[in-house]
Structures are given as structure tokens and as C-alpha cells.
Design a protein around this ligand. Structure first.
Ligand SMILES: [Zn+2]
Length: 275
């Protein structure tokens, strides 16, 4: 059994605010990346006990060089570094039996610890009119590759967001959101036990979670925070600019073009000046 793990940072045990996740100036960042490595190791260890033979971990936060390779479980392979065409999902193909999303968070504009979608420029993102955050986007991508997302870990609110899109998904709740930068955290040792238990459950129930199906062609629409960002995103060829909602849409025939198209729009939009 082959398992793909996309590991983000905001939903990791104990992490509550940007000081834990910002590699450039976060005063708690070194603690945050250790905790991220520990959460991933708990998941890897339990998955191996449940019969996983090959595990690929995709470091999926910011510069994607957070997980401490020297402390990662020796049976897990790590995809690290950026940029990469498929970002948080780099390395996934149809040969995997299941995907787990570890340390995930809710989408932009809703409550939840460190809620956002990809970067600061996105107000809302839709695939075929379904609003998606990082969880939804990546789960649809995995589904298009024929891989079911069987487990998510993070706060109580990403557990809800994930369950709405994928009924039956196993959720590991490691903290309860209080505000966007505050949470009631389980003790770390207990958190890791929850992760291990839920991995076992997720792999037992693996066959009851089907890969998400999404009609193609895929219509991706991003509503940006301001018009300058939308105007920059609309430079991407074959996009359609809807000025009245500061949104830009594109149509993709396959998951790879969907991911590349989203990244192209986001990176251009990120260069727009505000003040
Ligand atoms: Zn992140």
C-alpha cells in the first residue's frame, strides 16, 4: 500500500499563530517545524503498522523546507523545496492508494486557526462553482488523479470543512479553534496518540472513501482581494476577467493545467502593488 502525505503547518499540534510558521522571522518557528516533524512521524509510524509499504511526504508550507529530514521517520521519503509545478501535491500520481492531509487549515474568510487560501491574495476560490480552500482544491486534484483523501488533521473547523466535501473522511482534531490566532491545544503527547488512532481508523475505512469526482473541463475562478491583483492574474493567457467581482476564471482540461493555472494567477497577482 502506497501512501501520500501532504503536510502543511497551520494545523499542526500546538501551532496557533504566525510566530510558529514564518521561517523568516517567526520566533517560535524552530519549535513549529519540530512539532510538524513529530506530527508527521506519528502518522508515518501508525501507517507503517497498518501495512503501508511506501510513504511519500510532501512538505507543503511556504518555502516547503520545514520538515527536519534528519529527524523524519527513516521509512518516509520527503519532497522538499520550491517552486514546484504541483506545489502541495507534488509527487502524487495514480499509483497511490490513499492521501492524507496533515496540518491543514480552513479556507480564507472563515474562522479557524490561521485560515487562508494559498496566499494573501485570494478572497474566494471556486472549482466548477464549489468554493474551495487548500483542502478542497487539493482533494479535487487528488480525486482527478484517482486517489481518495482518507484523513485530515488540524483544528476542529478544518475537520468540519473536510467532512462537508468528503463525507466519511477520518479527522484527527489536535486543537479547538478559539480565534484565528488562538486555540485550545491538546497536550502534544495526547495529540500524537489521536493522530495514530485516526490513521488506523482511516486505513481500516480506506475503501469506503471514494476519490472525489469532478466534471471536466474544470472551471477555476479566483476572486481577488483587490482589482490590481485580478488585473495581473488576467495576464495569464485564456483567462476571463470579471471586473465586477474582481475575479478571473480559466478552464482546464486536466488536473495538471488546473494546478499550474492557479499558481500562475496567484504568482502574478502577488506582484500587484496596493499602497
Ligand atoms: Zn501553510
Amino acid at each position: 500500500m502506497k501512501l501520500f502525505i501532504s503536510a502543511d503547518m497551520e494545523g499542526i499540534s500546538g501551532i496557533v499563530d504566525p510566530s510558529y510558521i514564518n521561517p523568516d522571522n517567526g520566533k517560535n518557528y524552530e519549535r513549529g517545524r519540530q512539532w510538524m516533524t513529530d506530527d508527521v512521524n506519528a502518522v508515518v509510524e501508525a501507517a507503517l503498522q497498518c501495512g503501508a509499504e511506501e510513504i511519500v511526504v510532501s512538505d507543503s508550507h511556504y518555502h516547503m523546507t520545514n520538515i527536519l529530514l534528519e529527524k523524519l521517520h527513516p521509512k518516509a521519503k520527503l519532497i522538499a523545496g520550491s517552486p514546484r509545478d504541483f506545489s502541495m501535491m507534488q509527487g502524487l500520481d495514480g499509483s497511490f492508494d490513499a492521501a492524507f492531509f496533515i496540518g491543514y487549515h480552513t479556507r480564507q474568510g472563515v474562522p479557524g486557526v490561521l485560515s487562508h487560501t494559498m496566499s494573501g491574495v485570494i478572497k474566494n476560490m471556486y472549482i466548477n462553482d464549489v468554493v474551495v480552500g487548500e483542502f478542497g482544491f487539493n482533494a479535487i486534484y487528488a480525486g482527478l488523479m484517482g486517489v481518495p483523501v482518507c484523513m485530515v488533521s488540524g483544528d476542529d473547523l478544518i475537520a468540519e470543512e473536510a467532512s462537508e466535501l468528503i463525507p466519511g473522511i477520518t479527522t484527527a482534531v489536535v486543537k479547538k479553534a478559539v480565534t484565528r490566532t488562538s486555540a485550545l491545544c491538546l497536550p502534544l503527547a495526547e495529540s500524537r496518540e489521536v493522530l495514530k488512532q485516526q490513521v488506523k481508523l482511516a486505513l481500516q475505512n480506506k475503501d469506503q472513501v471514494a476519490p472525489l469526482t469532478t466534471a471536466t473541463p474544470l472551471e477555476l475562478t479566483i476572486e481577488f482581494s483587490h482589482a490590481g491583483q485580478a488585473e495581473m492574474a488576467a495576464i495569464v493567457p485564456f483567462t476571463r476577467y470579471q471586473a465586477e467581482r474582481t475575479a478571473v476564471s480559466l478552464t482546464a482540461d486536466n488536473p495538471h493545467d488546473l494546478y499550474r493555472g492557479m499558481r500562475a494567477m496567484l504568482n502574478l497577482a502577488g506582484t500587484a502593488e496596493f499602497f
